[in-house]
Write a protein that binds this ligand. Structure first.
Ligand SMILES: Cc1cc2nc3c(=O)[nH]c(=O)nc-3n(C[C@H](O)[C@H](O)[C@H](O)COP(=O)(O)O)c2cc1C
Length: 380
């Protein structure tokens, strides 16, 4: 199958599985433990029915939305995805370029392969930087300063990774701290020559934001060791206040799944929050992010902007989340599949597919603009 005959995100997923070695696809696809929360994210979205409306004069539709005060042509952003540069050489630059062409924000993960500076030098519009709060506060302060120097337009502070939820496939495949390389892994990698070529040609092979900054992290095993030792289980709202002092710009708190936490996040001065359970990769047994969205919107929607992620695989899913009060949706695996399938062109294809599906959904639901997508558009 070529990119031209791709009809939906699922096709991109299949193409990515053909191109990218099994162990990396396992890392991208997995949820934590039993993957019940990962499954719930998808199933609960699919259960939401959209009202079909006819003869509603739904011509001349547009998808403009204002996100963090900036008007953009689509109600979308690309979520931070660690190690996306292992799906395609210079993968973060490819994804950021596709986002820039679509006019939507790209979020660079702390645990990216390309560094903040690599991406800033390759694109012309500001992107968002996602921060993991690590024990080494000097390193965190330095990351924030680098994001400011790179002109990042928002800081996305992820708060749901104080400890790592185990993904069984990563343990079995040796993608652990420290990594274990199996012979079967090497055989799989060698069976994917186009992936090998693109990753070999890429600027970097390890975590670009850490490279050269922390003594003793010269190879992948020592990097993984350092990162594994850095998650801070003592994190509290005082640390958010500390970040606020370092970063006076737009602050997005990502990983909110509870009404009380949403209130505290709004009080902390966040410009926006992302209702997210990390794509089902952290607390297995948590409810789906879509099932929390309306409650959080009702509690704090008037005080802070609410973004959403978890399970978005189609324009219909975006419609569902917008109807439940999200301002915009972050795409995670949906764009990652495109990246694995075909680099920048694949990410553009993923964004385009979702935008076209949203457009048709709007027409069939009888709406012309994003602000007309309200709860009344759903069957209760
Ligand atoms: C492979 C992978 C890596 C991720 N890495 C990060 C990360 O580095 N930082 C972060 O805040 N979220 C990370 N996430 C979570 C995403 O930002 C997002 O919340 C999630 O993918 C949304 O769910 P979806 O993939 O079903 O769309 C990651 C998700 C995946 C699938």
């Amino acid at each position: 199958m070529s990119l031209k005959s791709v009809a939906c995100i699922e096709d991109l997923r299949r193409l990515a599985h053909r191109r990218v070695p099994r162990d990396f696809m396992g890392y991208y696809e997995s949820g934590s433990y039993s993957e019940s929360t990962l499954a719930a994210n998808l199933a609960d979205l699919a259960r939401i029915n959209i009202r079909q409306r006819v003869l509603a004069g739904a011509a001349n539709r547009n998808q403009h939305q204002t996100v963090l005060g900036i008007s953009q042509p689509l109600p979308l952003a690309l979520a931070p995805v660690g190690m996306s540069g292992m799906a395609y050489g210079d993968g973060e630059i490819a994804a950021a370029s596709a986002a820039e062409k679509a006019g939507i924000p790209y979020t660079l993960s702390t645990l990216s392969i390309c560094s903040i500076e690599d991406v800033a030098n390759a694109v012309s519009k500001p992107f968002w930087f996602q921060l993991y709060f690590m024990k080494d506060r000097g390193f965190v302060a330095d990351l924030i300063a680098r994001a400011r120097a790179a002109n990042c337009s928002a800081l996305v502070l992820t708060v749901d990774l104080q400890v790592l939820g185990q993904r069984h496939r990563d343990v079995r495949n040796g993608l652990t701290v420290p990594p274990r390389v199996h012979l079967s892994t090497i055989a799989h990698i060698l069976s994917k020559p186009s992936w090998v070529m693109s990753v070999l040609m890429g600027k970097r092979k390890t975590f670009g934001n850490v490279a050269g900054r922390i003594p003793g992290t010269e190879n992948l095993a020592s990097y993984m060791d350092w990162i594994g030792s850095q998650f801070d289980q003592a994190l509290s709202w005082d640390d958010v206040a500390w970040v606020r002092e370092q970063w006076p710009g737009k602050l997005i708190i990502k990983g909110i799944m509870d009404v009380e936490d949403a209130r505290l996040a709004a009080k902390s001065g966040a410009t926006a929050i992302v209702v997210s359970n990390h794509g089902g990769r952290q607390l297995d047994g948590a409810v789906s992010s879509i099932s929390m969205l309306p409650r959080i919107v009702d509690a704090v929607g008037a005080e802070t902007e609410i973004l959403f992620d978890g399970g978005i695989r189609s324009g219909q899913d975006v419609f569902r989340a917008l109807a439940l009060g999200a301002k915009a949706c972050l795409l995670g695996r949906a764009y990652l599949y495109g990246l694995g399938a075909a680099g920048e062109a694949g990410v553009s294809k993923a964004i385009d597919l979702i935008a076209k599906e949203l457009d048709v959904t709007m027409a069939l639901a009888g709406v012309r603009t994003i602000d007309q997508i309200t709860r009344e558009r759903l069957e209760t």
